[in-house]
Design a protein around this ligand. Structure first.
Ligand code: ATP
Ligand code: MG
Length: 445
């Protein structure tokens, strides 16, 4: 096997070797090289102690933030390379981080502390792969397997469960049987993991090509941090619009989603309000009145819990709240909704609605698909004409309202919004003179 190592990381390995130390590429970059992908970042492990590594790179730009854990970061042309001394982790008492780390002189011991076999390989300048746990074979078989005894490894560090799911979704690999059984048994370990870390892995997971299979195979793990999803599974939807339970409907919808995080989150959460809103009429038909607003409320709490940024959270909540929005496809309606939601959210909403349709029987969703396409085409045409869609594009501003005699305070915004609504539905032109006159009328002058 021959894996060409780019010059920048190769130069670091050479420098350490020349000083008499062992040094290898290790972890994710070796995995990615074997998969034929270009690594995002390059990690190096070495027998050199941190001070020795530092001495090797005297005169280079070095960052010492990880020194306690044995990591020295060297910058080569602005790109950071982490060089970490061989180490073993001490005991884990908090289910997340080792209480201490000890430096060792043996590469295999360092590889043994790593999470999965595919991440526990090292590659040196000699081109030979160090692979004591069969990582290359697992990559060939597309399998994620813990190094060592899965249950013990998951109980040491709960983040590994989330990494396992993320890799499964991202790489489209299966989880080896023992590892999978331990994943399920250890699921409560996810409670030890900081919300930000769950969120970071969840983002990558949802953007992965295999995310639907992972959600379908391991729903119980997601319930640990999002128990709101649980009631969808097995929830009957006895209605002409549906042929699956709430969870299968959600997964079918998600399988149609483009790789856009807000859209994927919104599709995953779009019906989370259905279980609490379900009612069955005398004919035995299920209804879910108000589930969009209940769902938006729940989604808001779920995203806050994982500390999503405000912009993503607000966007997703809007998409969930509006996923049932339907209006006659007249230009004035489209203009109004483009203005209310903003163009980007408007098009994301169309995506969410398309996905929702994919989770329904064809006879329901097929005609809708054409309507959504027509709506999108009309909206794009409106945007291309550059028409006024928001307050920013309105021909008068707050200062004009004040000058016309509208009292300072909320009345200004109200006056401008009232004008915008009329411009959007075509009852007023977006013409400064006309709008100034309307403002004066409103102010009673
Ligand atoms: P990515 O492609 O996302 O960077 P990665 O596997 O490189 O994936 P990193 O967080 O960069 O992930 O970690 C580098 C290496 O450190 C991993 O390949 C693995 O060997 C080891 N590692 C990372 N996190 C853990 C963990 N929680 N438990 C054990 N080993 C870990
Ligand atoms: Mg990495």
């Amino acid at each position: 096997m021959d894996f060409p190592i780019p010059e920048a990381p190769a130069s670091l390995l050479r420098r350490l070797n020349d000083a008499g130390y062992e040094a290898f590429l290790v972890g994710g970059c070796v995995r990615d090289l074997l998969r034929g992908e270009t690594p995002q970042d390059w990690d190096i492990c070495t027998s050199a102690r941190p001070e020795q590594t530092r001495a090797c790179f005297a005169g280079e730009r070095v960052i010492e933030t990880g020194l306690k854990h044995g990591t020295v970061t060297v910058l080569v042309e602005g790109q950071p390379f982490e060089i970490t001394t061989y180490r073993v982790d001490g005991t884990y008492s908090d289910g997340r981080r080792p209480d201490r780390v000890d430096f060792v002189s043996d590469l295999t011991q360092d590889l043994a502390r790593r999470d999965f076999t595919m991440n526990a390989m090292a590659l040196g300048l000699d081109g030979a792969l160090r692979d004591p746990f069969g990582g290359a074979e697992d990559i060939r078989r597309k399998l994620i397997r813990c190094v060592g005894e899965p249950e013990r490894r998951f109980r040491e560090d709960g983040l590994r469960l989330m990494r396992c799911l993320r890799f499964a979704a991202d790489l489209g690999y299966a989880v080896e049987e023992e590892t999978g059984a331990a994943l399920l048994r250890c699921r409560e370990m996810l409670r030890n993991v900081a919300a930000e870390r769950i969120q970071a892995e969840l983002r990558k997971l949802l953007m992965g090509a295999g995310c639907v299979e992972v959600l379908r195979r391991w729903p119980e793990l997601f319930w640990e941090f999002w128990p709101e999803l649980k009631a969808l599974k097995g929830m009957p939807q006895n209605s002409p619009y549906h042929c699956w339970d709430g969870w299968e409907h959600t997964l079918h919808a998600l399988s149609a989603a483009p790789p856009d995080l807000a859209v994927r989150l919104a599709v995953l959460l779009h019906d989370v309000g259905k279980p609490p809103c379900r009612s069955t009429d005398e004919a035995g038909v299920d209804h879910f009145y108000g589930h969009e607003s209940v769902g938006a409320e729940l989604a808001d709490g779920m995203l806050r819990r994982l500390k999503f940024d405000n912009a993503t959270r607000e966007r997703v909540v809007t998409l969930v709240a509006r996923h049932c929005l339907w209006f006659p496809p007249e230009e004035r309606n489209i203009r109004r909704w483009l203005g209310r939601l903003g163009a980007e959210t408007f098009f994301q909403l169309l995506e969410v609605k398309r996905c929702d349709g994919r989770g329904q029987p064809e006879e329901v969703s097929l005609p809708r698909r054409g309507e959504l396409d027509a709506l999108e085409a009309k909206a794009r045409a409106i945007l291309a004409q550059g028409e006024c869609l928001t307050l920013k594009g309105l021909a008068v501003k707050g200062s004009d309202a004040l000058a016309a005699g509208i009292p300072k305070g909320p009345a200004v915004g109200e006056a401008l919004h009232a004008l915008l609504e009329q411009v959007l539905d075509g009852s007023l032109p977006n013409d400064r003179e006309v709008l100034l006159e309307k403002l004066a009328e409103r102010a009673g002058r």
